[in-house]
Design a protein around this ligand. Structure first.
Ligand code: GDP
Ligand code: MN
Length: 385
């Protein structure tokens, strides 16, 4: 589960991590009142569950109440990577001497937490990692030995943090690690952690993801999960009993039966997609592939305006291919298909199934490779117009 920055800041405060004062607003006039209370300059920040808000124009500084009103008005309602901004965070703006990155996540290969730090934080951190990896420090945590400030300072110095900043950043990382363990976080990130001209070290952004499998252990998170405004299409999908996860920058709707098959399909669409066709979602309709499930799945996938084509990859096992095909035809009755839907049937009776689908509005293919090629070519044609 991801949470919005304002909630992550609350958790930071509870753990004693220094965060500037902030409040949330949902209208421009709200934002002006809050800003007047906090005192200028303030920074107004879109509250959406994606990164890169700064680059997208979702982070703006306001120096007086007129600016607070107009800039909040610009940000509220804005679309950032397909998500509509409903809420802004207003924080006391800080003077920045330098931006750093610190974070803790799970390294699945090593089965350990890993601390990641960089003295070159800010909105270009991905580029830093790619082009100047020597500016990134990493340290894996042995859970039996725990985390110790001296080790952290060592890594921070090594990555190029100035000594007095390193000491403070190490203190903050100790608190973050406690929070990670207490609350089963899968990721916590401060980007940027900033040094002010007066030598203070503060977190001015806050990102936390929780391990969904641990949420049941934390009643307050469970409540949050239920109340947190997540993606409206995900809410709709879950209410229909579908396992659906929406991705932010995809354009190919993916439907399959079985989580492994769906994930493999996503990988293959991406690999074959030449950077143009990208999976827009994960949707697993589960074992039986009944007509009602397929219909629900198609409807949900097509709710995403970014979806420009759909790939259904069904393996006929217990349910035979001809039954799946009949189910699909039933499923598309009464559905308006504005984008091409490619279906790859495999397994028992796939030939019979394919025959049933020929001449319908669905495009049956035999292999996943063929399906991906059809989709990629279609998307390339579309992107050329
Ligand atoms: P993100 O782009 O979604 O990660 O949003 P951030 O909260 O990290 O903000 C992006 C950038 O805006 C930061 O890297 C800062 O350079 C700038 N910024 C954010 N808050 C402040 C602030 O209080 N003062 C100043 N001067 N800049 C800020
Ligand atoms: Mn940030």
């Amino acid at each position: 589960m991801k949470i919005q920055e304002h909630r992550a800041r609350e958790i930071f405060r509870q753990y004693g991590i220094p965060v500037p004062d902030s409040e949330v607003a949902v209208t421009a006039s709200d934002a002006r009142d809050v800003s007047n209370r906090i005192g200028y300059p303030v920074v107004i920040k879109a509250q959406v569950l994606v990164g890169g808000r700064g680059k997208a124009g979702g982070v703006k500084i306001a120096n007086n109440s007129d600016e607070a009103f107009s800039k909040a008005g610009e940000i509220i309602g804005m679309d950032i990577k397909g998500l509509k901004v409903e809420k802004v965070l207003i924080a006391k703006a800080v003077d920045i001497a330098k931006e750093y990155y610190i974070g803790i996540t799970v390294d699945r290969d090593r089965k350990q937490h890993v601390v990641i730090v960089s003295p070159a934080g800010g909105i270009n951190i991905e580029e830093v990692a790619e082009k100047t990896p020597e500016k990134i420090g990493k340290m894996w945590i042995d859970p039996a030995y725990g985390l110790h400030p001296y080790e952290l300072r060592n890594v921070l110095f090594g990555a190029g943090f100035e000594p007095d900043v390193a000491v403070k950043a190490a203190g903050i990382l100790m608190k973050l690690y406690k929070a990670v363990l207490d609350l089963d976080m899968s990721l916590v990130e401060i980007n940027p952690l900033v040094l002010t001209p007066t030598g203070e070290v503060l977190a001015i952004d806050a990102k936390i993801n929780f391990d969904d499998s641990g949420i049941y252990r934390h009643p307050s998170l469970k409540e949050l999960k239920e109340s947190e405004d997540t993606d409206p299409i995900e809410i709709e999908a879950h209410s229909r009993g579908l396992t659906y996860v929406r991705l932010t920058d995809g354009n190919v709707g993916i439907i399959g039966n079985g989580a492994g098959l769906v994930m493999a399909t996503m990988d293959e669409v991406k690999r074959a997609g030449k950077g143009i066709a990208k999976p827009a979602n994960f949707l697993d309709i589960g074992g039986g592939a009944q007509a009602s499930m397929v219909k629900n799945a198609l409807e949900v996938v097509l709710m995403d305006p970014n979806v420009k084509s759909v790939l259904i990859n069904v393996f006929g096992g217990i349910t035979r291919g001809d039954e799946v095909a009949k189910g699909l035809l039933l499923a598309i009755e009464g559905i308006e298909l504005k984008v091409p839907v490619v279906i790859r049937l495999a397994g028992t009776n796939w030939r019979e199934g394919k025959k049933i689908l020929e001449g319908s509005r669905l495009i049956p293919v035999e292999t996943l490779e063929e399906a991906c090629n059809v989709i990629t070519n279609w998307m390339m044609e579309k992107s050329n117009v």
